[in-house]
Design a protein around this ligand. Sequence first.
Ligand code: ADP
Length: 638
Amino acid sequence: MDWKNEIIGLPLNVIILEDSSTDFELISEQLRSAGFALNINHAYNRDEFISLLSNGNCCDIILSDFNLPGFDAFEALEISKKLRPDTPFICISGSIGEEIAIEILKNGAVDYVLKDRPNRLPFAVKRALDEQKEKSALKLAEEELKRNEAKFRTLTENIPDIIVRFDKNLRHIYINPAIEKITGIRKEHFIGKTNEDLNMPMELVSIWNEKMNYVFQTGEQRIYEFDFETNDSTHSFLSMLVPEFSEDGAVHTLLCVTRDITDRKRIENDLRKSEERLRDIIFSSADWVWEVDKEGRYTFSSQKVKELLVASEKEILGKTPFDFMPEEEAKRVSEIFAGVVTKREAIVDLENWNIGKNGELICLLTNGRPILNEVGELIGYRGIDKNITERKLSEQELIKAKERAEESDRLKSAFLANMSHEIRTPMNGILGFAGLLKNSDLSGEQQQEYIRIIEKSGERMLNIINDIVSISKIESGIVDVRLSDTNINSQMQHVYDSLVFDADSKGINLSCVCEAADNEVIVRTDSEKINGILTNLVKNAIKYTFTVKVEYGYTAKDDLIEFYVKDTGIGIPKERQDAIFERFIQADIVDKMARQGAGLGLAISKAYVEMLGGKIWVESEEGVGSLFSFTLPRNQVH
Ligand code: ADP
């Protein structure tokens, strides 16, 4: 038999209550021969039986004779039910009649075996053991169920989420106490009612009904977020509708778990608002906002960068600030950065020059703070760059202007000192020689010589005074330009006539070259100023020349006339070639020989040339000579 194998294994713990030793042997033998491994405890009477049941020994089954000395199987059954309620009890006896047999079964014995049919005993034992096994499994399952139910109840009664069970008519059939905390309404109020009965707004009711019906029909769960006005304020809820499948596979009820997400929503909302606020600030800021990782590579950039370094925000990601700096600047700034990063300090007002997207130099003022992760490690920097290029350039301009002003102040003082010398020298000449003329012993020749010196000094004085007057007029902006049709050739000739004597007296060959015919060089311009410019340039050429030739002339072009005055004189050092056109500059020249005038001639000439719409410049080499040039536009706009 199959079950034989099954039961051979662990020995079966049996208590046999039997006053007859022969019957005891018979019963034991019967079970052994059926294949049971046995661990038998034998009780002859009531006391032994009680003591065996009470001593805590393991007992799988009780086999009891019906008639026992001083008591019977009924009493033995009562004792065993009391002491070992879960141990199956089988009554074994001679014929006791059907009624008693039924009675004992009713009282709780699991079977009844007649001694004259002992071969039924193993089957009875086997069945009793199986039944007991099933019973205890069932009991365990029931206990587990109870435990689970208790757990579920504790959970649902204490959870802050609202848990509702709805039936197919969408009525509340269970609701946990959380509802009372949230709505202030007693949970009993909901039971048996639909959302409609509870006066929920119609709009919400229809959405709810639609969702619940969907779950009932499809057996799929649904998630739903909604706002609801409770006693105190508006709450936001998140509901999960879960179908509950019964054994037939149909959904007769659904479970709805609803969580109050008002706080979460508020936090999300606040977070969203502050993110929006931050984004608006970042993107409307006139400055550039950036983030770099700990290697200094850009990981975020506001769109402002498009006006500074690159064509699009994306282009800057992965690059470092040093990629945009000239080499020297990158070296300087990276050293500062390295120091700041090691100490995890903020970057404060760091001015740095960068090459802008169009190749122009841009000065940025950088401020930034370290970004640390949750465990305090440095993971990058975040900051703002301000474009201060204009400010920097105007600062530089201001510094230059200040230096210029100081320089001009110094030059003016020097000029005044020089002027008094320049005026006093001819004055002394005039007064001195006028005094000498009073002497009646003078020869006619000496008198003539003294008069010539007085005239020369007077002329020099007049020139100086004229220059001072002209430059003051220029300075105060009251010089008029008087236009008239001017024949350039006549102007050239006029200058020649007035200076050829001076040139001759120094042994200089003065040559005036007029390349065009008179009618080709009639220009509407200020003839007096042209004369002034030419006279000054030619005079200087004669003055600073000790060789043989001074040549001046012009080239007539379509839109302008370009004049030149060429000498083979002392020349002008490179570094002074710009300065000679500045006002009062002559006073600054150390070279004694050059100090033979007020130093205003070229400044006046330059001012006149510019008033007439032209330009003046010099090409010169020291010891070789100078070539002064200036242009005169034909169409004088004034
Ligand atoms: P001034 O001749 O009265 O000193 P200018 O303004 O005409 O003043 O000239 C300024 C300075 O430029 C002169 O002092 C001289 O040093 C230099 N300079 C001008 N013309 C010449 C020239 N042709 N050759 C060499 N130096 C010249």
